[in-house]
Design a protein around this ligand. Structure first.
Ligand code: BGP
Length: 474
């Protein structure tokens, strides 16, 4: 059977430096904001707005060793290659390159590490897709400048971008500016290195930081096109369409407004200007943005080449106050329960058709190529006699890939699909190891016990076949 997907469709998987590398202060790396996030009951508080930026002896910090990819990347990339990966999405840790974020010169050992990683990918014909900032603002920038609330970060980020574009221009042709840029509204610390005091106008701070990131993102597009003319650079959104709970027009309007909270970001990055609804929102919430003279021009001139997003679930909303009391959470987004959907062990609603809806909506909105750069099921696997039978993961992915193919059939232009966490890694939201997404099992528990040995799961062989057949054998 012939696949509807193009011959060079980018099948693969996606990871983030802080969730797998470990080696958190090795070879000159500075601390990242995420390095102070503990596993356990305080995780969410630290994720969103930490009470302190210092270590606490009572906490266990999973990013410090993670799965030790820093020392095992050769073995890990060989396993991805065995599955036939065409593409590997990974992020560069800003603080490996500039330990304090604002240093005058980069750390050569950090630059060298990613050279080696990209060379290893190339050896197998795997295309790297690199996220420039994935939840890891250098901690010093949080302490010294209050994170992205300060415009100075635009310059530091631009300098970081130019450094990595120049260094990797022959090795990396696909880039993403900020992971899940809209997450800053929901988890301001991981999204923007922000800590917000109770008496501050938190919306104003978040949108100011968002504005600074949007300008920085445009400057990254500019620099990327100048330094690597044959590269493509995209934005990245935590997506998932919002359904109205009922056909009551008030619910429909509420759902539209919820979606605008996220599309606000990609509207600017893909179209080049603030949407009209943002102006009204800013007025109503007393948000006054500090803008540089050229900001509007920069946003307009340097829009992204493609729009990428993560998709784990759809969301649902209502105007019924009583129902709004009872919210559940998926990937930090609050939603009322959708009675038509089942949930994962971590309570995230499972909605493959929602992926087709989301793809169509975003494509209708921008008419730019799309890229699904995260999708997957976090589950607690069991290793028995060296085997992991993760049929539930195969089912989740199969159902989503089916809907993805339908969306391509609907006319959506899609560059690729990278599942989240092809090798087990630390969960961003909970800090746990036992919330696993991988095709490859890593022997390590929530508190650092285990051999770190790697094992192929049942899904490993399944995904290999999917890639081999370009999506025709699911
Ligand atoms: C996204 C992040 C990832 C990743 C994923 C799964 O928000 O971009 O870093 O971790 O969600 O979430 P979790 O790890 O909380 O299960």
């Amino acid at each position: 059977m012939k696949s509807i997907l193009s011959e060079n469709f980018l099948w693969g998987g996606a990871v983030a430096s802080n969730q797998l590398e470990g080696a958190y202060i090795e070879d000159g790396k500075g601390l990242s904001a995420v390095d102070i996030l503990p596993v356990g009951e305080y995780r969410t508080q630290y994720f969103c707005n930490p009470p302190s930026l210092e270590f606490n002896d009572e906490f266990f910090y999973p990013s410090h060793v993670a799965i030790y990819f820093y020392h095992r990347y050769k073995e890990d990339i060989a396993l991805l290659a065995e599955m036939g990966f065409k593409c590997f999405r990974l992020s560069i840790a800003w603080s490996r390159i500039f330990p304090n974020g604002d240093d005058a010169t980069p750390n050569e050992a950090g630059l060298k590490f990613y050279d080696d990683v990209f060379d290893e990918c190339k050896k197998y014909g795997i295309e790297p897709l690199v996220t420039i900032q994935h939840f890891d603002v250098p901690l010093e920038l949080c302490k010294k400048y209050g994170g992205w609330r300060d415009r100075k970060l635009i310059k530091f980020y631009e300098n970081y971008c130019k450094t990595i574009f120049n260094r990797y221009k022959d090795k990396v042709k696909y880039w993403l500016t900020f992971n899940e840029i809209n997450i800053i509204l929901h988890a301001p610390f991981v999204g923007g290195g922000l800590t917000i005091k109770e008496d501050e106008n938190d919306l104003e701070i978040k949108y100011q930081a968002a504005h600074n990131q949007l300008v920085a993102s445009s400057l990254a597009v500019k620099a990327c096109h100048e330094i690597i003319p044959d590269a493509k650079i995209g934005c990245m959104l935590a997506a998932g369409t919002t359904y109205p709970y009922s056909c009551n027009p008030a619910d429909v309007m509420a759902a539209l407004e919820k979606d605008r909270e996220s599309y606000f970001f990609s509207d600017v990055q893909a179209r080049g200007y603030y949407p009209s609804y943002a102006k009204k929102f800013f007025e109503e919430n007393n948000i006054k943005l500090e803008m540089g003279e050229d900001d509007i021009e920069i946003l307009k001139k340097y829009t992204v080449d493609f729009v990428s997003f993560s998709y784990y679930s759809s969301r649902c909303t209502t105007t019924d106050e009583k129902m709004l009391q009872n919210l559940s959470q998926t990937n930090i987004f609050h939603s009322i329960e959708n009675p038509y959907l089942e949930k994962s062990e971590w309570g995230w609603a499972i909605d493959p058709i929602g992926l087709r809806v989301t793809l169509n909506q975003i494509y209708d909105r921008y008419q730019k190529p799309l890229f699904i750069v995260e999708n997957g099921l976090g589950a607690n696997d069991t290793l028995e006699n060296g085997e992991i039978n993760d049929d539930y993961r195969i089912k989740y992915l199969r159902d989503h890939i089916e809907q993805m193919i339908k969306a391509v059939n609907d006319g959506v232009e899609l560059m690729g699909y990278t599942t989240w966490g092809p090798i087990d890694l630390v969960s961003a939201g909970s800090g746990e190891m036992k919330k696993r997404y991988g095709f490859i099992y890593v022997d390590r528990d929530n508190y650092g016990n285990g051999t770190l040995e790697r094992y192929r799961k049942k899904s490993f062989y399944w995904y290999k076949k999917v890639i081999e057949s370009n999506g025709t054998e699911l």
